[in-house]
Design a binder for this molecule. Structure first.
Ligand code: ZN
Length: 107
């Protein structure tokens, strides 16, 4: 993906609204591209910073952004694991189904 494509995904990322594939591409891109990382920081500051100002709480947005990125990475890992498990289950079900068919034919 190009930088412009990645930057279009930033609002969806901040809303936790990216699918696994986009999230994976997004995370690895912002880790290696300083331009997109900076754009993400700015949009994060604007969206989260404004909310915090309204709450009147103190905040450390750089740390929060780091937390958000590492949380997203962890979530992505968990989601990929779930996808993997669901494939395994599907294969198991298909195998059982095939076995039942074979048994029916054999009888
Ligand atoms: Zn970039």
């Amino acid at each position: 993906m190009k930088c412009s494509d990645i930057q279009k995904l930033i609002p969806a990322f901040l809303d936790d609204d990216l699918d696994n594939q986009d999230l994976s591409l997004f995370l690895s891109h912002v880790e290696s591209c300083s331009e997109c990382r900076e754009e993400l920081t700015i949009q994060f500051l604007v969206s989260v910073g404004l909310k915090r100002l309204e709450d009147g709480k103190t905040f450390n947005l750089n740390k929060e952004l780091d937390n958000l990125l590492s949380d997203s990475r962890r979530k992505l890992g968990a989601r990929k694991y779930l996808v993997f498990i669901s494939y395994v289950l599907e294969i198991a079900v298909a195998a059982l189904f095939a076995l039942c068919l074979l048994l029916l034919i054999a009888l």
